[in-house]
Ligand binder design. Structure first.
Ligand code: 5RP
Length: 294
């Protein structure tokens, strides 16, 4: 029987103590297979240890979101500055010329099944199989996980199946923490969700930034990349990235705060500066302004 009272107040996170027995730059993946490490090294730059992933998979349940009305026009100009494209099968194959993917990683959204017309977004299926992921040269498969939602079990079943097939072929899985309309965005909730996803076996976790984020990172044995969330002012989005990186995030998987920016081309380069070149928020914002005003 779960002893809720005994587990709800963990506090000994060992903040700032690196994960033990690490021989690889991607946290928790020292014992992964050769092929998986090769793919993870495409996603997470071995020099900085971090990743700048550009998320443009929103259409899979939102339709043509603001800023993503035309994937073919919006995404290619940003490609040079990112480490990884994160999109759907249809978005990638119909709008992104494979010749521009070059040495960039591909994170393939493999879950779907809900839309903004549903109150409950948690009822998803796996819509892309492993053969297709291999054919698309995917380096990462991403599936949504809804902890505490009506279809939690099904979303963990989806996650498990993707991990099981991914492990067979050396393709890592990213579990994406979903926040439904009623779900809290607290460290307590994110610690629960990220840890469940990691213990099921995901090699990478995507989560939102929150207060006490360092406890979420410390308690999650694999790398966390943060989602950008709703569009906020450019400086604030950069500051969120900076703080998340300082507190242990291994990068960002950012969408709206890049492609809905006043200047996506400047924004992607500023975020890259934070992720890979240790720029502070102020330095990144100056870079943004310089590029924007050219
Ligand atoms: C949806 C996703 C999206 O790709 C991602 O969260 C969107 O990125 P952003 O919040 O930065 O627009 O995984 O769950």
């Amino acid at each position: 029987m779960a002893d809720k009272d005994g587990i709800l107040n963990p506090k000994d996170y060992g903040i700032d103590i690196p994960q033990a027995n690490s021989t690889f730059h991607v946290k928790g993946n020292s014992h992964a297979s050769w092929g998986m490490k090769s793919r993870l090294s495409k996603i997470f730059n071995p020099r900085s240890g971090n990743s700048l992933m550009l998320a443009f998979d929103h259409g899979y349940f939102l339709g043509p979101t603001s800023g993503l009305e035309r994937l073919d026009l919006k995404i290619p100009p940003l490609a040079e500055y990112i480490d990884c494209f994160m999109g759907t099968r249809g978005g990638l194959t119909s709008c992104i010329d494979p010749s521009i993917t070059g040495d960039k990683a591909i994170a393939l959204r493999v879950s779907s099944g809900s839309s903004i017309l549903n109150d409950d977004l948690s009822n998803e299926i796996i819509s892309v199989d492993i053969e297709e992921a291999i054919r698309m040269n995917a380096d990462l498969m991403a599936t949504q996980v809804f902890i505490g939602a009506p279809h939690q079990k099904e979303s963990i079943d989806n996650l498990s199946k993707v991990i099981n097939t991914g492990n067979r072929y050396g393709i890592p899985t990213m579990g994406v923490v979903a926040v439904g309309k009623e779900m809290a965005r607290t460290a307590e909730y994110f610690r629960l969700a990220t840890r469940i996803i990691a213990e099921v076996g995901a090699q990478v976790v995507k989560c939102y930034y929150c207060d006490d984020f360092e406890t979420v990172v410390a308690a999650c044995p694999v790398p966390i990349v943060i989602a950008g969330g709703k569009k906020i002012p450019e400086y604030d989005a950069m500051d969120m990235c900076y703080k998340a990186l300082q507190l242990g995030a291994a990068g960002v998987d950012m969408g709206r705060n890049i492609f809905q920016s006043d200047d996506p081309f400047a924004m992607v380069q500023a975020v890259r500066g934070i992720v890979h070149d240790k720029l502070t928020t102020k330095e990144a914002y100056e870079l943004y302004e310089t590029i924007k005003n050219r």
